[in-house]
Write a protein that binds this ligand. Structure first.
Ligand code: SF4
Ligand code: SF4
Length: 130
C-alpha cells in the first residue's frame, strides 16, 4: 500500500487557506514576476489522481518536493477530501534524491518530469541513477 497522509474531512479547502492567492492569480512567486517559477521543471503528468493536487492527471501544486534522500517519492502527495493547488501545472521545487542524474545541488535540472505509481508508491518516473 502507498504511504499516504490521510487527513480528516474537517480540514479546510486548500484553496481557502489565508495567504494563498485567489483562484486564477497564480502562485505567490508567479505574482511577483514569474521568472523563478519558469526555471523550475514542469510536471507533465501525474497518475496519482487520489492526491489533492491532482486534477485530470495533472499536478496543480505550486512546487512539489521529491524524495526521501534514497527513493524519488513525491513528498507533496496528500489525500484529503478537497482539491487544492493553483490553476497552473505543478513544478518541481526541490528534490532530495542526490543520486539521480538530473539532480544538481538538490535541485532538479530535468526539462520536465512525470509522476506515477511504482510498487504502490507515488514516485518521480523521470528518475535515473547517476
Ligand atoms: S506530483 Fe505529487 S503533489 Fe502533484 S498531483 Fe502528483 S502526487 Fe500530488
Ligand atoms: S528527475 Fe531526478 S532530480 Fe528530477 S525530481 Fe525526479 S528524481 Fe529528482
Amino acid at each position: 500500500m502507498p504511504v499516504r497522509r490521510v487527513l480528516g474531512g474537517s480540514e479546510p479547502n486548500l484553496c481557502d487557506v489565508p495567504g494563498l492567492p485567489p483562484e486564477g492569480a497564480g502562485s505567490v512567486k508567479e505574482t511577483e514576476g514569474g521568472s523563478l517559477m519558469e526555471l523550475l521543471p514542469i510536471i507533465t503528468t501525474c497518475e496519482a489522481d487520489a492526491c489533492a493536487y491532482n486534477r485530470d492527471r495533472t499536478c496543480h501544486a505550486g512546487a512539489i518536493t521529491v524524495g526521501d534522500t534514497v527513493r524519488p517519492h513525491c513528498d507533496t502527495f496528500v489525500e484529503v477530501e478537497a482539491k487544492g493547488g493553483t490553476t497552473r501545472p505543478g513544478r518541481v521545487g526541490a528534490c532530495k534524491v542526490a543520486g539521480c542524474r538530473h539532480n544538481h545541488a538538490l535541485e532538479c535540472r530535468a526539462e520536465g518530469i512525470t509522476v506515477g505509481y511504482v510498487k504502490n508508491e507515488v514516485d518521480c518516473l523521470t528518475y535515473e541513477p547517476a
